[in-house]
Each structure stands twice: as C-alpha cells, then as structure tokens.
Ligand binder design. Structure first.
Ligand code: SF4
Ligand code: SF4
Length: 262
C-alpha cells in the first residue's frame, strides 16, 4: 500500500484530514512521545482527523445547551464513536495489505498528537494553544495509526492565522491568557480548570485533556477565522450578545464586537 492508496482508503472511512509523518521527523523524540516506544518498527505515523460540526458549538454559544450538542457531538461521540471507527477501518485496510497498524487515541498513550499532526502537514498550534488547520480552524479531532509501512510523508505546514490576532486572549473573561515572549500566549491552566465559559474536561484517552474548543476563547478563535478557513458558511456564527461567567458563576452579557464578536 502506498500513501495515495492509504489516503483514498482514509477518506472512504470518513477522514476529512489525513497526513503522514515519516520516521525521520520524530525518531529522536524522547520517552513516550516517540512512536517507537509503542511500535518498535514504526516507520510512519498516519494522522487522521474528523471535523467538529460548527453546530455542535451552538448550544454553548447561546448558553442554552452544553450536553447533547458540544459534550456529545463535539467531544465524546466525535472522538469515541465517529473518529475511532475511521481509525479502526483504516487500520484493518493496512493490515489486509500485510503491514502492522497500531490504532491509537494519542492522549492515553502519552503521544504528542498535536506535534505529530504538524509533522504530518495538517497545520500547527496557534498562539492560543489550539491546533489550527486551513480546512476547519480549531474544529477537529485527531487520531493516530502507527505502522511499519514506509510511506511518503507530507511536508509540515505552519498556518499563519495568528499574525496580528489576539481574539482568544481578549475573549477570556478570567484573564487566563497573557502575551509572552515566546510564540504562544501563556495560559493559566489552574484558572481554566475552574472556567465556566464552555470549557470541558477531556476524556482520559483524549489529547485535549483541557478541552477549550467550545470555551469563550475557542469560540472567539472560530469567529476570528470564519472568513479565512476553507469550511465557510452562509451565515456568520455569532448572532447574539456574548455571555460570560466570572469565577463566582455570575453571568454578564456583552454586546457584539466587545468580546471577540464581529
Ligand atoms: S478555558 Fe476559560 S479561562 Fe481558560 S482561556 Fe478559555 S475562556 Fe479563559
Ligand atoms: S484567536 Fe487568533 S491568536 Fe488566538 S489562536 Fe485563534 S487565530 Fe491564533
């Protein structure tokens, strides 16, 4: 099986994003981050992604539904039902061709899924800490397959969405993000841990253990990028005043254009 055939199989299995990180990009990584910690003869890491539908963030955006919209279709089912089926199907296709395929959700295995997704050419981590792709911005989840197949790799692709942007930082009601000397904003994860603005705790096997995709910061990123990513909509996402909750749970409403709105 070559890379082209593999990618066709992955698309048939429901992957909307697929990239390959060849061994020379990660074989010197330390400890559990190195795929050979799990599969000694690993030659390629296949990174498979499925998008999170924009509508899964709607209930959080309106402050009216956090459970069956984002918690299930954005997070739990997206990862544990839809994505793992894609991974499973692709792994079977690889093994039917005679190579070994180790299916993984990267968080539980101690792998750095975001770093591998970058090395597989799918995008890069933005200043707000979200993995950003040209196709969906921050709205996707990734799974991994380690294989002893030697496959042609994809070139790493830094996305440049964050230049001149700090919408995620400005949108945080708890000031948990701050400018820093490095490329990324600093993030106070202790504050995020008690955030009531759409933050969720990630599944034990997820690489998003602190899931900020639907939080005030994540939704602001989505709004900031909606004209720039490939996945476009007839209507803009943000329609009403923006709600926020402080550390005591008190709700405030902000007119559009003052808190990450348009
Ligand atoms: S998760 Fe909450 S506290 Fe953390 S940066 Fe986002 S909005 Fe701020
Ligand atoms: S809101 Fe802007 S600065 Fe923050 S991660 Fe998204 S694109 Fe980057």
């Amino acid at each position: 099986m070559d890379a082209k055939t593999l990618k066709e199989e992955a698309r048939r299995a429901g992957a909307e994003l697929v990239g390959i990180a060849p061994a020379y990009r990660w074989e010197k990584w330390p400890g559990t981050a190195n795929p050979r910690n799990i599969q000694p003869l690993c030659q390629s890491v296949i990174v498979l992604g499925r998008s999170i539908v924009r509508g899964a963030l709607r209930g959080v955006e309106e402050g009216t539904n956090f459970g069956s919209t984002y918690h299930e279709y954005g997070k739990s089912w997206n990862e544990r039902t839809f994505l793992i089926r894609t991974i499973h199907q692709v792994a079977h296709a690889i093994e039917a061709a005679g190579a070994e395929a180790v299916p993984l959700l990267g968080g539980g295995a101690g792998m750095d899924t975001k770093a591998l997704a970058r090395e597989a050419g799918l995008g890069s981590v933005g200043k707000g800490g979200f993995f950003l792709t040209r196709e969906f911005g921050h709205r996707q989840r990734f799974g991994l397959i380690l294989t002893d197949l030697v496959l042609e790799g994809d070139a790493p692709a830094d996305v440049d969405f964050c230049d001149g942007c700090d919408a995620c930082l400005k949108a945080c009601p708890l000031s948990a993000m701050a400018h820093s000397d490095g490329g990324l904003f600093s993030l106070n994860t202790q504050i995020c841990g008690v955030c009531q603005n759409g933050k969720f705790d990630g599944d034990a096997l997820s690489y998003e253990r602190l899931d900020r995709i639907a939080a005030a910061c994540g939704r602001a990123c989505m709004v900031a990028l909606e004209d720039r990513i490939d996945n476009k909509f007839h209507e803009t996402f943000r329609k009403r005043s923006i709600w926020t909750r402080d550390l005591n749970g008190r709700v405030a409403l902000h007119p559009l254009a003052t808190k990450g709105g348009k």
